[in-house]
Design a protein around this ligand. Structure first.
Ligand SMILES: Nc1ncnc2c1ncn2[C@@H]1O[C@H](COP(=O)(O)OP(=O)(O)OP(=O)(O)O)[C@@H](O)[C@H]1O
Ligand SMILES: [Mg+2]
Length: 167
């Protein structure tokens, strides 16, 4: 049964490095398959956070700001798993995304999917996604709000919160 109120908590990051560390901590709490939907304005820190997730997950190459490739695939040495880094900034309408093959990516049962500008495709993001909303507070201060609609995903977020903040 869907949860009506989103389950959420927020925190403040004071630096690019702190945002990356939060991403790495989140990676440590993830199961084999997870969808992470990042939203918020230009320069809010989505890619820095994604980079941290990539580091924590063990990607063999650093995650970068996407070029013209909408889906960038990363792998890790430990197993055959894939991390998909997607940026929807250039997407104008949700129907454009069907050509991206988002469905196949979401179907990868051992794949981690990180989507920047997820607000551009709200209807295509699965309900069990882990949402992180970024707000620019000051030059180097960002508010990150973690939320989900799904009770199982909420347990992942709670494990991450405990690990990152001790509460
Ligand atoms: N607390 C912070 N967390 C993350 N980035 C920060 C922070 N303080 C300052 N910054 C700076 O803000 C910028 C964030 O860039 P980043 O590419 O991660 O943003 P983005 O949300 O991915 O933007 P875009 O929508 O253009 O892809 C970087 O230049 C980074 O150094
Ligand atoms: Mg970015």
């Amino acid at each position: 049964m869907p949860v009506l109120e989103p389950l959420s908590f927020e925190c403040i990051s004071h630096s690019e490095e702190q945002t990356q560390r939060l991403g790495a901590r989140l990676a440590a709490a993830l199961p084999a398959h997870a969808v992470i939907a990042l939203s918020g304005p230009l320069g809010a820190g989505k890619t820095q956070f994604a980079r941290g997730v990539g580091l924590g997950w063990g990607a063999s190459q650093p995650l970068r700001s996407p070029t013209f490739t909408l889906v960038q695939e990363h792998h890790r040495a430990a197993d055959d798993h894939t991390l998909y880094h997607i940026d929807l900034y250039r997407i104008e309408r949700e129907s454009d995304i069907t050509t991206l093959g988002l469905d196949e990516v979401l179907d990868d049962e051992t794949g981690i999917v990180i989507i920047e500008w997820a607000e551009r495709a709200e209807n295509l993001i699965p309900d069990n996604a882990l949402q992180v909303r970024f707000e620019i507070v000051q030059e180097s201060k960002r508010r990150l709000t973690f939320s989900t609609q799904n009770t199982a995903t909420w347990q992942i977020l709670l494990a991450f919160r405990k690990n990152a903040f001790g509460v």
